[in-house]
Ligand binder design. Structure first.
Ligand SMILES: [Zn+2]
Length: 139
């Protein structure tokens, strides 16, 4: 787990900035950023897991999925988000939404544009999301 700067392509990271305290949802680890416990941001690269869960003030606010150890999709359960639909309209704050990652200006980053969960995304992640006990809606 780490930022792009301390990513080691051979595996693992030279600097471990995140800690797992033993908490799991459907086998996925909740991890904490040692340098930013308040916002508890998730790493851009995974270490050994395909996904990590972010909690803030005891609530799950995000799940980040990784492919080849690189972030590629976020499920956001955040309050007060300013994230937008593909048509530029603001997303409803009581709905869960999804961001994909991709190249923008030559950099791998999370795309600002988001979408509500599709039928196949709901089918894939319903049980996981329900296990969070969140008030946010999938639909
Ligand atoms: Zn968002």
């Amino acid at each position: 787990m780490g930022s792009g700067r301390n990513y080691n392509p051979l595996g693992g990271f030279e600097v471990y900035n995140w800690v797992w305290k033993g908490e799991l949802y459907h086998g996925l680890k909740v991890i904490y950023n040692k340098n930013d416990e308040k916002n508890n941001t998730l790493p851009l690269y995974s270490n050994t897991s395909d996904a990590y869960i972010r909690k803030v003030d005891g609530e799950v606010v995000q799940v980040r999925f990784y492919k080849d150890r690189k972030a590629f999709m976020d499920i956001d359960l955040l309050d007060n988000n300013e994230h937008k639909n593909p048509d530029g309209t603001k997303l409803s704050s009581d709905m869960i939404h999804i961001h994909n990652w991709g190249y923008e200006d030559g950099k791998w980053r999370r795309l600002e544009e988001a979408h509500y969960m599709t039928d196949s995304e709901i089918a894939a992640f319903k049980e996981l999301i329900e296990s969070f006990g969140s008030k946010k809606r999938m639909r």
